[in-house]
Design a protein around this ligand. Structure first.
Ligand SMILES: [Zn+2]
Length: 273
């Protein structure tokens, strides 16, 4: 793959159980929601514009890597951690077009702007927004326990280091700040557009096609371009390893947009009354 990005064998999503906003418990494996393996024999033109049916799952803020000045960095990179947070206190608000999803109000407004910038007959489908710190912690622990098997000689400090490469620590996890969404495009019949992979596809199962800039077929590239144009225009930034993950206001966004500080830090949703 051209460019500064590379895919290591450890770039895998880690999944765990968590509580959905409606209180139900959801469990997902490492493949994540809807991330069925891509069958190379399955030609996209046989299923034009329609992505795989989604099951359930959550982005683990894994593979959160971006390039600044040609350098590939992890979300746990010191340059991200070095960004201060001056939380502006904006509340978490429900998205009126995505059941059960809450995000910071400033992000919500930008998503409304992005919807308005989409071509007619195309809409956003947001699959996850804010995630509680305990859910993020569960993902970290799930991944760490797998690492413990893979690296039986590693001590806890080393396991922390290994885990933090690919699962966002809570302090910098964009979803925990209510600053990130995982989303895709749908047509006016509610069918997901073909984006080249399912949301949450792993590099292993998508042959790296989960990277935003990956070589994908023309339909997927066209649809990714539509998505990016609307979201970038509204002020969001993408994680290049996950075409579906976009954020605004978090430390990562601040680094990429050369802001002095993030405006959203970790936040907890109020418990339902
Ligand atoms: Zn995400």
């Amino acid at each position: 793959m051209a460019g500064p990005f590379h895919i290591g064998e450890d770039h895998r999503h880690r999944r765990s159980s968590w509580s959905a906003p409606d209180g139900s418990s959801v469990t997902s494996g490492g493949e994540g929601r809807g991330a069925r393996p891509i069958d190379p024999s399955e030609r996209p033109e046989n299923r034009p514009f329609v992505a795989a049916a989604r099951t359930s799952g959550r982005c683990g803020d894994t593979r959160c890597i971006h390039s600044v000045d040609g350098m590939t960095i992890l979300l746990s990179d010191q340059r991200v951690r070095a960004i201060g947070v001056r939380d502006n206190g904006e509340p978490l608000v429900p998205l009126d077009f995505a059941s059960g999803v809450v995000v910071r109000s400033g992000l919500a407004n930008r998503l409304y702007d992005a919807r308005g910038a989409l071509p007619s007959g195309v809409d956003l489908r947001v699959l996850e927004g804010h995630r509680g710190a305990s859910d993020q912690q569960a993902i970290i622990e799930d991944y760490t326990s797998e690492l413990r098997v893979l690296h039986p000689d590693a001590d806890e400090a080393e396991l922390d280091r290994l885990s933090s490469r690919f699962v966002a620590p809570i302090a910098v996890a964009p979803h925990v700040a209510g600053a990130a969404v995982d989303l895709t495009l749908v047509d006016d019949g509610g069918e997901e557009l073909w984006m080249g992979t399912a949301v949450d596809a792993t590099p292993e199962h998508s042959d790296g096609a989960c990277w935003f800039d990956a070589e994908v077929d023309r339909t997927a590239r066209h649809n990714r371009t539509i998505l990016a144009r609307a979201l970038k225009g509204a002020g969001l930034v993408n994680y290049p390893t996950e075409w579906w993950h976009w954020s605004y206001g978090d430390r990562y966004w601040a680094l990429l947009t050369e802001r002095e500080h993030a405006v959203y830090g970790p936040v907890e949703a109020k418990a339902p009354a």
